[in-house]
Design a protein around this ligand. Sequence first.
Ligand code: ADE
Ligand code: ZN
Length: 352
Amino acid sequence: MTPVPSFVNDVPRERLPALLAAAPKAELHMHIEGSLEPELIFELARRNGVSLSYPSVEALRAAYAFTDLQSFLDIYYAGASVLLTEQDFEDMAWAYFQRAAADNVVHAELFFDPQTHTERGVPIGVVINGLTRGIRRARQELGLSAALILCFLRHLSEDDAFATLEAALPYRDRFIGVGLDSSEVGHPPEKFARVFARCRELGLHVVAHAGEEGPPAYVWSALDVLKVERIDHGVRSLEDPALVERLRADGMALTVCPLSNVKLCVFPDMAQHNLVRLLRAGLKATINSDDPAYFGGYMNANFQAAFDALPELGPAEAYTLARNSLEASFVDAGQRDRWIEQLDAVFRAHAA
Ligand code: ADE
Ligand code: ZN
């Protein structure tokens, strides 16, 4: 674990909210389809002549009362049905990037779910070209760096994942890695052993959702079978001390999503979130927004909600969480170190 510089402890508590907002951060766990706000869903539905099963923005938002991951996924996939053209994907990404930049996210590694779109007849090239246009615009107009991680839907078969990989290969230079998302329980990582092996051979980065609703055994197989470089969520790892030791010894990053975990009832409320225990166990936790349009907030809202509910979180944890996000990103070392210098400068500026 990187030691916290001494000036971090000179930050007065009352400056924490401003500091959390100002710190440069990387977002490593955000499903771009989960950034579709109800207003944009309705706008795209109108533009594309898609009918929705909710009469208004308010009625749709009122349906965001989830009991578990599946209850969310059903609405999330329905929301994504309005996305048809490159322009739609660019508009969705651009809306997210504006919010991310306002939160001082300097780098975002975005998940996207091609199978959600190809199964509706939207070619994978439309998805990737539209998102790429959004990424270019974010770099040019906001100075924000971003990259794509293609996620396989784990409720579908490994053969489907192979077909998706094949279809994506003409666009190999447009995404940096692959991930695994959707319904976790009943679909363990080892179901995708062969396709992840192929992705590693292709030089892609590999990550997977594990230990969100699923047991520690899924985190073990994400590590040992899929050989992932980060664990998405991983909050249930604390149930297994041997796993905690393995994650700590490997310096394995966990992309934790506090508001998501509460909205999907992984924890009954934020005060019972295990973020503090993860950090105290020496694990490389990061903070992320997962599906911000559905879970009540973007990056800074996740930081603020966690810090409001967990009094043990102070300036040292704020520094560690932001720094972990930069260290766990897949950017080159030179760029990462420049952002860490910026992070240090922001903390110095807030120190007493
Ligand atoms: N797809 C979008 N958000 C997800 C999450 N939190 N877990 C699994 N799959 C997802
Ligand atoms: Zn997720």
